[in-house]
Design a protein around this ligand. Structure first.
Ligand code: FES
Length: 105
């Protein structure tokens, strides 16, 4: 039986790749030779692959609260190395806000 391939659309880059429901988004993207989402540890530890899913259904593995807060999760923010799609998805990059002190801008 062939597994379903969903279409994943990266809004910021106007790029598309395919991902089955057994694959993590980040791994599928990389397997197709794309670099639309920044790749780091691929294991949920660094937070560099943070994205916001704007459309579609998905399932997440456990994610560190250091990288994705409960509030983030409510807004569809996830680590792309910890997410598998359940439908076609549309997403945008959601790099972590810089923890700088540029308060006097
Ligand atoms: S690549 Fe490090 S958390 Fe996803």
């Amino acid at each position: 039986m062939m597994s379903v391939k969903f279409e994943i659309y990266v809004e910021d880059k106007d790029a598309r790749f395919h991902c089955s429901e057994e694959q993590r988004l980040l791994h599928a993207m990389q397997a197709q030779g794309l670099g639309s989402i920044p790749v780091g540890c691929k294991g949920g530890g660094c937070g560099i692959c943070r994205i916001q899913i704007t459309q579609g259904e998905y399932e997440t593995r456990k994610m560190s609260r250091t990288h994705v807060t409960e509030e983030d999760e409510r807004h569809g923010i996830v680590l792309s190395c910890r997410v598998t799609p359940k439908s076609n998805l549309s997403l945008r990059l959601a790099p972590r806000p810089k923890e700088t002190s540029e308060s006097a801008a």
